[in-house]
Design a protein around this ligand. Structure first.
Ligand code: HEM
Length: 445
């Protein structure tokens, strides 16, 4: 059928696109000798050569994609041409939906998708609220005692508790929380592990064993049929799938569990930490959000969601999305040959002054007034786009908004120190502790 969508999916005839501008090797050399972060190089390449531009760190060319039309083309229009390649994270998440490809990915995605939309999502409402209440009660304690606590650590605890409740139906207990520190420990060292797969595995074997033990216990509990206080979890759905589909081995269930813990915890936690750090610099945004409507009103909820969106504009936690071209093509009219590695970079698109005026300014109103933001879908994509877009989008927005409904009116946060640097690893996160104290707000906000 010759619909517009099917025409979009036809690869461009090789050799028809314009050449992709390539950064001067001297620029790369200067960056290398200056010891800067990868993001600094990418920003210079974009600034000097445009929204589809190439650079070489070694013999191979990498194409940086920040132009909205090209972003949409690569992620959403031609997803079969631009694939994810097996990466180091497989050591931790195995064949879970984040790293799976082809028919296996389709099958795994279909099963999980139903759990993260519509009625599937509604099952998590109560769990999200309880996790938010638990955090709010802890914060009340810090406020009463005048205790200094770490905002980043608190957000990690909340996000892990929430996803654990969704997965298992149980709140996160202290022992499991301690063991799951191994997930963050492995994720943090992934980029620095040896290239050889066996050596890499040996380097983190002890942490992987701790993760496997937690997963085994959770799977056995789900299989035992003892539902948690919130009712069955997502893990029960995976265990039931195993009864009907041979592909769902215990190994794959473990991989999905760890994938959801990894994908669904650090991302939300860093977003919420950035949000509080941004409110420290732009305190009027908190006042405006609370003034938008009474507690529980749709206006208040919308204003809180706009805080989350504006935070994700400045700090999209998954800040680069790597892809590999499997055929010749021409995104936004630029010739890209088969075999090329691409980096799609929401971080830079979201800070492009031509799309987002005064991009460094934190202004949640951009997401309240429709005309205040660019109309192109490729101009804002913190959750990715197309068939591989984030499965947990609704979950992440819901848990963030519900937490803010509980925390934001109750206290003002005073940071004792803020991280001076930003770490651009697998996620973009504040690099260092964020100790703070709380002052209770007047009642009734
Ligand atoms: C603010 C929080 C979050 C952000 C910014 C975020 C961002 C993203 C992005 C950009 C992708 C696409 C990656 C790519 O195209 O290469 C993605 C994929 C994914 N996310 Fe999220 N995410 C968040 C929260 C969550 C949560 C809470 C969950 C689970 C409950 C989750 C589960 C997933 C999964 C399973 C995938 C892989 C989907 C696939 O490949 O089919 N994410 N996320």
């Amino acid at each position: 059928m010759d619909t517009e969508a099917s025409r979009d999916r036809v690869p461009t005839v090789p050799g028809t696109g314009r050449p992709v501008p390539e950064a001067d090797p001297a620029l790369v050399e200067r960056w290398r000798s200056g010891g800067g972060e990868l993001v600094d190089l990418l920003a210079q390449v974009r600034e000097g050569y445009g929204g589809v531009a190439a650079f070489r760190l070694g013999p191979a060319r990498t194409v940086l994609v920040t132009d909205p039309q090209a972003v949409q083309h690569v992620l959403a229009r031609q997803p079969d041409l631009y694939v994810k390649r097996s990466h180091r994270a497989r050591l931790l998440i195995g064949d879970g939906v984040l790293s799976a490809t082809g028919a296996a990915w389709k099958r795994q995605r279909r099963l999980l998708q139903s759990q993260f939309t519509g009625t599937g999502m509604r099952r998590y409402e109560q769990r999200i609220t309880e996790a938010a209440r638990t955090t709010a009660a802890r914060w009340d304690g810090y406020a009463r005692r005048g205790q200094t606590f770490d905002v980043g650590q608190e957000m990690r605890r909340f996000a892990l508790d929430t996803i654990w409740r969704a997965l298992t139906g149980h709140p996160l207990d202290d022992g499991t929380e301690r063991e799951l520190a191994a997930v963050a420990a492995v994720a943090a060292v992934l980029p620095t592990l040896p290239a050889d797969a066996a050596d890499a595995h040996d380097a983190v074997a002890a942490d992987l064993a701790r993760i496997d033990a937690v997963a085994r216990h959770a799977i056995d509990t789900a299989r035992g049929g003892a539902a948690g206080p919130h009712g069955p979890g997502l893990l029960d759905v995976l265990v039931q799938a195993a009864a009907e589909r041979p592909q769902y081995t215990d190994r794959l269930i473990r991989d999905e569990l760890v994938t959801l813990l990894v994908a669904g915890h650090e991302t939300t936690a860093t977003t919420l930490t950035w949000l509080y750090l941004l409110l420290d610099r732009f305190p009027a945004a908190r006042e405006e959000a609370l003034a938008a409507g009474d507690a529980g009103s749709a206006q208040r909820r919308q204003a809180l969601q706009a805080l989350v969106h504006e935070t994700l504009r400045l700090y999209p936690s998954a800040w680069i999305l790597p892809r590999h071209a499997t055929a010749d093509d021409a995104p936004a009219g630029y010739a890209v040959e088969a075999g090329t590695d691409l980096l799609v970079c929401p971080y830079l698109t979201h800070r492009d002054p031509e799309l987002w005026p005064d991009p460094e300014r934190f202004d949640p109103r951009r997401f309240l007034v429709p005309d205040d933001r660019p109309g192109h879908p490729g101009a804002y994509f913190p959750f990715g786009m197309g068939p591989r877009a984030c499965l947990g989008l609704q979950f992440a927005l819901r848990e963030s908004t519900v937490l803010l409904e509980h925390l934001l009116p109750a206290h003002t946060v005073t940071f004792r120190a803020t991280p001076a640097k930003t770490a651009y690893g697998i996620t973009v996160r504040p690099d260092g502790p964020a100790p703070a104290t709380l002052t209770p707000s007047p009642a009734g906000r």
